[in-house]
Design a protein around this ligand. Structure first.
Ligand code: IVH
Length: 683
């Protein structure tokens, strides 16, 4: 076929396939057999291969995927992506209705829609083609996930007709994973020994952020469009624009309905509260919108959400099942979480096999016995929980659940510290899930960001005895890693194969380990995995003690000076550094070049040379440590107790009366924060 004919045929095929995609995925009314469809697609793929210059970035072949996104660019939203006010009761809806009536009077129409429980997306169309797909992000800017979104079958790449739609407009909607696809995906994940997704929403969100669009294509995501945004839209109301969007190729929900008053809204809600179980996707409520754009404008917005719309959230769904057993999960800090093993049951569209039991107190509070009939509930939280036991159904001689005495993984006796809710396995260095958990925490994105060691690779290193702790990562060599084997199930075809670490993988791993040496101190501190020291606390500590050495030397009371550090955190930090093994690991990491200081103390001036300071009390502008660092940077010396040699006492609030008395006796100058600053400026 010559170039001209190929061009024509590609155009023809594009239009035919787009039409069939629409029939199949949007209208659910296929007009040709799968076989015929596959033949058309095959023909197009081959023609594009033959004439790559004719391949369009919006060709239907994009639905198969193939593009790889390394980094998702951040894109600003033209219209902020707001959230919706939530209500859980009809009374609150009545109040919403009253507020609306006060502002726009009694002549208006509602539009009721399902509230899809997926991931919000903004699709920008330019001149009839999809130009960009952007996630919600923080509402003002999101991630450009265009390559991945193009693989979603119900999202049109080329619109059928333009009608009166402006050249540039945005279709907002929800991307979700239907239950069927979710169940299939998790089966594969379990086979691969990978963490399954907790629910379809997480699965959809995770899929959209995959780098390989081919895998996204295999995930069978779906979409509904629920809003059209742009200047000079064809209709002056929400409903008509949505109906037009459907004609243009978008998938909109057939259940979107106009309601003339609140009673009709209530009917719609009651209907879907019952019927939602029959849907093949999750909805968590109903969205109620004012139809007219003019009236929407008049109602306006709060800082976070429109005043012309509200979400009615369904009450949490419950189900009755049996407790088969109690299992125990060991986290990276050794915390033991009891998990109920349930007779599998369908709940809010997914099969539930496990429920969180939180801790021993919760088990006692529920008075759980093995084989009990229990009521489980799925709240906003991902993992369902047991809310009640049906005591009437309890079997005679049923045995009560007794909390494990030994770690199910390493058999060490569990401990529960006074005043704490959780049991711990104290075998921090030898308990396999703790070793794995610690390393996984260490390499995670917010910590050392050694992501190329993710996807089950850490486990292989542990299994092969290459790492037992975080410092071992920095001793890994190419020879040790090259050729290590991992079995995986192919998501696209469900086949299994063994893959070995190839040169590229090994180099990636080694490079990202090397790169991690420049990760700043506050993140290294977080990465160490000290119990209760999360990201924020680590930042505060790093700001206060600018190096690990001064942190290690610190005592309980000086730790308490740090904002957000209470006795529990301070105690945990002290005991972490009291453990010689941890100090050894830190020393090894230091020798490898990791960052253990925020800002190297480099001398800034010699204004305070020869002067001896005592710093006491609480300050407004600086932490005590910051003041001490500044003194040292300018040549001053710090001592802890006042003597005749002391030159200045920098005194903050709550300075002890004893110190004050001594200062007076020895006639030593007491200066406050701003006097101290003057010392630096003018001395
Ligand atoms: S309208 C300005 N309609 O719910 C408000 N949102 O908190 C625009 N959602 O993340 C939202 N179904 O992704 C609207 N039919 C629907 C929806 C819907 C689900 C999501 C949306 C947003 C959240 C609102």
């Amino acid at each position: 076929m010559n170039f001209e004919n190929a061009k024509k045929r590609i155009e023809e095929l594009t239009n035919i396939i787009n039409k069939h995609n629409y029939n199949y995925y949007v209208l659910a009314r296929p007009e040709i057999s799968d076989y015929k469809y596959d033949m058309l697609m095959k023909e197009l793929i081959e023609l594009e291969k033959q004439y790559p210059e004719l391949q369009d970035s919006n060709s239907p072949t994009r639905k198969v995927g193939g593009q790889v996104t390394k980094d998702f660019a951040t894109v600003k939203h033209k219209y902020p992506m707001l959230s919706l006010g939530n209500t859980y009761s009809k009374k609150e809806l009545q109040e919403f209705d009253n507020r609306v009536r006060k502002i726009i009077g009694n002549k208006f129409e509602y539009v009721c829609e399902l509230k899809f429980d997926g991931v919000a997306i903004g699709l920008i169309y330019e001149n009839g083609y999809i130009a960009r797909a952007v996630t919600r992000g923080d509402g003002y800017q999101g991630d450009d996930v265009t390559n991945n979104v193009k693989t979603i079958k119900s999202i049109p790449l080329k619109l059928f007709q333009k009608h009166n739609m402006p050249n540039i407009f945005e279709a907002r909607g929800e991307i979700f994973m239907p239950h069927k696809s979710f169940i299939m995906l998790n089966k594969i994940k379990e086979k691969n020994n990978e963490q399954p997704f907790a629910n379809p929403r997480n699965a959809a969100a995770g899929s959209l952020k995959l780098q390989e669009s081919k895998i996204v294509a295999s995930r069978n995501l779906d979409s509904y469009i629920y809003n059209i945004l742009g200047e000079n839209l064809p209709y002056d109301n929400h409903f008509d624009n949505l109906m037009l969007a459907k004609k243009m190729g978008f998938k909109t929900s057939e259940f979107t309905a106009k309601c003339k008053d609140l009673n009709h809204v209530f009917e719609y809600i009651s209907h879907w509260e019952k019927e939602r179980k029959k849907l093949d996707y999750d909805i968590d409520g109903v969205v109620i919108k004012i139809n007219s754009h003019k009236q929407q404008e008049k109602l306006g917005y709060t800082a976070k959400s429109p005043r012309w719309a509200i979400a009615y959230k369904f009450p949490t769904e419950q189900a009755v099942t049996k407790l088969l057993d109690v299992a125990y999960q060991i986290g990276r800090t050794g915390a033991v979480t009891p998990v109920a093993v349930l007779k599998p049951i369908q709940l809010s569209g997914t099969k539930v096999k496990r429920a969180s039991l939180y801790n021993a107190d919760k088990i006692n509070e529920l008075k759980l016995h093995i084989n009990d009939t229990v009521i489980v509930e799925k709240g906003g939280e991902i993992i369902p929980k047991i809310v009640e036991v049906d005591f009437e159904q309890r079997e005679k001689n049923a045995s009560p659940v007794i909390f494990a005495t030994n770690c199910p993984e390493c058999n060490t006796a569990l401990v529960r510290n006074k005043g704490e809710a959780l049991h711990y396995c104290p075998n921090q260095k030898g308990c396999p899930p703790q070793i794995l958990g610690k390393i996984e925490h260490f390499i995670s994105r917010k910590a050392m960001n050694i992501e190329s060691l993710g996807q089950g690779r850490t486990e292989i290193l542990i299994k092969n005895n290459l790492v037992k702790n975080i410092a071992d990562l920095y001793d890994l060599t190419f020879e040790e890693l090259y050729g290590l084997e991992k079995t995986i199930v192919n998501e696209l075809y469900g086949t299994t194969k063994k893959i070995s670490f190839k040169e590229k993988t090994v180099n990636n791993i080694l490079n990202s380990i090397e790169k991690s040496k420049s990760v700043p101190f506050e993140r290294v501190l977080y990465a160490l995995g000290i119990r209760y020291v999360g990201e924020t606390v680590a930042k505060k500590i790093a700001l206060h003690f600018t190096s690990i050495d001064s942190l290690i030397k610190s005592d309980f009371n000086s730790l308490l000076e740090i904002p957000e550090v209470g006795e529990k955190i301070a105690g945990s930090i002290i005991s972490f550094f009291q453990d010689n093994e941890n100090i050894k690991i830190i020393n090894r990491l230091k020798s490898k070049g990791l960052q253990f200081e925020t800002d190297k103390i480099s001398k800034k001036s010699d204004r305070l040379d020869g002067k001896i300071f005592v710093v006491s009390g609480v300050f407004e502008k600086y932490s005590r440590q910051q003041l001490k660092d500044t003194i040292e940077k300018h040549g001053g010396k710090i001592t802890n107790s006042i003597s005749a040699k002391t030159t200045y006492i920098v005194a903050g609030n709550n300075m002890g009366p004893e110190k004050r008395k001594k200062a007076e006796e020895l006639n030593i100058s007491l200066i406050n924060e701003s006097e101290f600053e003057n010392l630096l400026d003018n001395d």
